[in-house]
Every structure is written in structure tokens, then in C-alpha cells.
Design a protein around this ligand. Structure first.
Ligand SMILES: Cc1cc2nc3c(=O)[nH]c(=O)nc-3n(C[C@H](O)[C@H](O)[C@H](O)COP(=O)(O)OP(=O)(O)OC[C@H]3O[C@@H](n4cnc5c(N)ncnc54)[C@H](O)[C@@H]3O)c2cc1C
Length: 292
């Protein structure tokens, strides 16, 4: 059922300072709105709480992608289309480009933002596993100042996160992982269709290979836990491992099976999700053995 438009108050400040002042002056009153692609689904269903909405979509301070020698910094309002088409992201952070390419379809990619995907905190979101695997950092901004937090650990439970009242996600800093330094990237979104599908399982892993072994590895899963899952057991099984170790495949499969906490829901079953998680972990190992 459609919601009553007159019950909503939307303001669109022109500067970040103005937006942060409003958030600070009336704590808990304003809900930020970026691209609106999550919020408008609730609105259309009549489930968006009435009240005051702060459109941040026009704030230039939260836009843009900057690149330095070590990292790519992505403004919270950056759209999937901008990420999908960015040359350095495609070269050094290809899982983020792939996640963007496989999010919704063109209309959502043109409007939806990376900051909105993080703050919406869906366990089925497709960029968070890649951000976990890349060891991203978030810069959060409020009238009190800015702080930087690791993305790993930002989500503390279902729809829970370390975002304080009055804070906005400002930007996401992602360390560059070039193939020339031995980094291997492996991203798979498993859904019903190639586009416009909510993930049944999402898997993102990034490892640095050195002398036939795994020097560093980080892995994130989506849709198999109440929030994006840091695959610590799988990371532990692989870190320092020799790729020719005959027991590695069984260890990787067992780690993945052990740590996912999948549930049955309308999109899939816990059994299917757990088996696919195990299969993807083993496929990642095969990709590492093939050199990426
Ligand atoms: C048809 C359709 C298909 C979709 N397909 C996918 C998909 O394949 N994969 C996927 O992951 N998602 C998908 N989505 C979900 C959605 O498009 C994404 O989560 C998108 O990134 C949300 O960004 P937004 O800017 O539109 O967020 P909004 O709807 O504007 O906001 C979402 C939430 O984040 C908060 N917020 C937004 N920006 C900030 C900020 N900078 N700081 C603090 N809080 C903030 C808002 O208050 C709100 O709670 C789909 C949605 C639709 C409608």
C-alpha cells in the first residue's frame, strides 16, 4: 500500500556543515536519505516511518573517488555506476567493480550509493563482503568531528552498526590490491538471476600469494549470517598455508561449513547456502592454486 506523501517532511541542505548541524540540533529526528533506493521500497510498501528526512543526495562533500598510491577513497554518495566504470577500481579492486556491476540493474546502479548500501546494513548486501575482504576503513562525520573505523567489525548485529546519532558515513577508504603485488581476487554472487536478484550467498576473498604460499588473506560472506560475515576460520585455515598442501581442500571446506550461520528464508535454505558457501571456499582455493 502506498504511503501518504503529506506525512513526510524532507529537507535538502546545500552543505555538509548545514546537514550535520541539523542532525546535531535535533538528535534522532532526522533520517538521512541518499539515493533512496532502499528507503523508497519501504515507502512504496507503506512501511517507511513518517517523520523528517534529510536528503544528503546533493552534498558535494560526500561525492567523488580519489586515488593515491596506497588506496582508493570513495565518497559515501558514490553510485554503483561510478564504481563499476572506474579504471583504478577495476584494475586494483575488481571485486568492488564486480559487486557494483551485479547490484540490481542499470537504474539502481545509477542511483544507489555505496554509503547507503553500508548504512542500510542488509546481511544480503553485495558490496560489504568485498569491503571486508579488502580491509576497508570508514570515515564517519558528525558536528563533533570525524573518526575512522575499520569496516571489519562496523556491523555489530542484524541491522546494528557502530554509527552514532548525528553521524553520517563520509567516505570509504580501500587499500589498493594490485595483481602485480601477488593479490588474487575472487568474488561470486549466487542468486536466482544474473540481475535484479537478492543474493542467496555472496562470497568475496582477496589473498596475497608469495613463494607458493598464502601470505595474507581476507574473506567476507553475505547472506549467511545476521550481518556480513568475516570468515575468520577460513582466513586462519589459509593464512601461511602452502598451496600444495594435500589437506588444504578439506580444511577450507570444513572451515567454511563451520562458520556460516545460514537460515531458511523465502530466497533459499540453510542447507543450500551452507553447501554453496563450502563450494565457493574450495573454488577460491582452486583459483589460488591456478594463480588467480
Ligand atoms: C530493484 C532493487 C534492486 C536492488 N538490488 C540490490 C542488489 O543487487 N544488491 C544490493 O546490495 N542492494 C540492492 N538493492 C538495495 C539498494 O539499492 C542498495 O542498498 C543501495 O546501495 C542503497 O543506497 P541508497 O543511496 O539508495 O540508500 P538510501 O535508500 O538513501 O538509504 C538506505 C539507508 O542508509 C542510510 N544512509 C544512506 N546514506 C547514508 C550515509 N552517507 N550515512 C549514514 N546513513 C546513510 C539511510 O538513512 C537509510 O537507512 C536493490 C534495491 C532495489 C530497489
Amino acid at each position: 500500500m502506498r504511503a501518504n506523501v503529506a506525512s513526510y517532511d524532507v529537507v535538502a541542505p546545500e552543505t555538509l556543515a548545514e546537514a550535520l548541524t541539523l542532525l546535531a540540533d535535533e538528535p534522532g529526528v532526522w533520517t538521512p536519505m541518499a539515493g533512496g533506493t532502499d528507503l523508497m521500497v519501504l515507502f512504496e510498501a507503506g512501511k517507511l516511518p513518517t517523520g523528517r528526512y534529510l536528503s544528503i543526495h546533493g552534498l558535494p562533500e560526500l561525492r567523488g573517488i580519489t586515488v593515491d598510491d596506497d588506496a582508493v577513497t570513495i565518497g559515501a554518495l558514490t553510485t554503483y555506476s561510478e564504481i563499476r566504470d572506474h579504471a583504478v577500481i577495476n584494475a586494483d579492486l575488481p571485486m568492488l567493480a564486480q559487486a557494483a556491476r551485479e547490484t540490481g540493474a542499470l537504474a539502481i546502479q545509477n542511483r544507489g550509493t555505496l554509503g547507503g548500501n553500508i548504512a542500510n546494513a542488509s546481511p544480503a548486501a553485495d558490496s560489504p563482503p568485498a569491503l571486508v575482504a579488502y580491509g576497508a576503513e570508514l570515515t564517519l562525520v558528525s558536528a563533533a568531528g570525524t573518526r575512522t573505523v575499520p569496516y571489519r567489525g562496523f556491523h555489530t548485529g542484524y541491522k546494528q552498526m557502530d554509527l552514532r546519532p548525528g553521524e553520517l558515513i563520509h567516505s570509504i577508504r580501500v587499500p589498493r590490491r594490485p595483481a602485480s603485488e601477488g593479490w588474487v581476487h575472487f568474488y561470486r554472487k549466487v542468486g536466482t538471476r544474473a540481475y535484479q536478484a537478492i543474493s542467496k550467498v555472496c562470497f568475496a576473498a582477496c589473498a596475497r600469494l608469495s613463494d607458493g604460499g598464502v601470505a595474507e588473506v581476507r574473506v567476507g560472506f553475505g547472506s549467511v549470517a545476521p550481518t556480513v560475515l568475516i570468515a575468520s576460520a577460513l582466513e586462519a585455515a589459509l593464512t601461511g598455508a602452502r598451496l600444495d598442501d594435500a589437506g588444504l581442500e578439506a580444511a577450507v571446506a570444513a572451515a567454511a561449513r563451520h562458520e556460516v550461520a545460514a537460515i531458511d528464508d523465502i530466497r533459499s535454505t540453510a542447507r543450500y547456502r551452507t553447501q554453496v558457501s563450502e563450494n565457493l571456499a574450495v573454488a577460491f582455493l582452486h583459483a589460488l592454486r591456478a594463480g588467480g
